[in-house]
Design a protein around this ligand. Structure first.
Ligand code: COA
Length: 152
C-alpha cells in the first residue's frame, strides 16, 4: 500500500472543533496509545503535545474517494543531528499489515533527507521494542534508559 507522511500543523489550532477530518483521526489514533476513548480532556492533551512536535498523519495515498485515508500517526523531535521518534501508532484495526514497517521506512528516508545521523526512540512496550529491534534498532549504550537507536 503506498504510504505518505503528511505533515499536520496543529500550531494555530486553538480547539478541537477547528480540526480537519485528518486531524480528528490523528487524535482518535493518538488516543489508542492511552487505551482510551477520545475524551475531551485526552483530545486537549494530544493536541497540546502535537503542537510541540513535528506531527504527521500516515496516509494511504490510494485510499478510494470517500474512505478514510489516515492509517496511523507519527510525531518526531529533531534535536541536532538525531531524529527522535516520539510516537508511532498504526490504527489498531490495521495492525499486522506491514504498515508500521512502511512507516518506519518513510521516517528513515525523511531523517536521511534532513542529514540526520541517527534515529532514537523509547519503545512504549515489549511488543513495540521487538518491532523496532526487528528493523535494526538496538539498545543505546549511552542512555541506559531503555532507549533504542539506529545509525543511518
Ligand atoms: C508497533 C506498531 C507501530 C507496529 O505496526 P504494524 O503495522 O502492526 O507493524 P507491521 O505490520 O509492520 O509489523 C508487525 C510486527 O509488529 C509486531 N507487533 C507489535 N505490536 C503489534 C500489535 N499490537 N499488533 C500486531 N503486530 C504487532 C508483530 O509481532 C509483527 O511482527 P512480525 O513482523 O515478526 O510478524 C503497531 O503495532 C502499534 O501502533 N502499536 C501500538 C503503539 C506502539 O506500540 N507504538 C510504538 C511505540 S511509539
Amino acid at each position: 500500500m503506498p504510504l505518505k507522511l503528511k505533515p499536520e500543523n496543529f500550531r494555530n489550532t486553538k480547539s478541537v472543533k477547528e480540526l480537519t477530518p485528518a486531524q480528528q483521526r490523528f487524535l482518535e489514533i493518538g488516543a489508542q496509545l492511552h487505551d482510551s476513548e477520545l475524551t475531551p480532556q485526552l483530545a486537549r492533551m494530544i493536541l497540546q503535545d502535537a503542537r510541540t512536535k513535528h506531527a504527521y498523519s500516515v496516509t494511504d495515498t490510494d485510499a478510494p474517494e470517500g474512505t478514510d485515508p489516515v492509517v496511523g500517526i507519527v510525531t518526531l523531535e529533531t534535536p541536532d543531528d538525531d531524529v527522535h521518534i516520539d510516537t508511532l501508532v498504526i490504527d489498531e484495526q490495521r495492525r499486522g499489515q506491514r504498515l508500521g514497517a512502511g512507516t518506519l521506512r518513510l521516517i528513515e528516508a525523511l531523517a536521511r533527507n534532513n542529514n540526520a545521523e541517527r534515529i532514537t526512540l523509547n519503545p512504549v512496550s515489549d511488543d513495540a521494542g521487538r518491532f523496532y529491534e526487528a528493523h535494526g534498532y538496538q539498545p543505546d549504550g549511552d542512555s541506559g534508559d531503555g532507549m533504542l537507536s539506529k545509525r543511518l
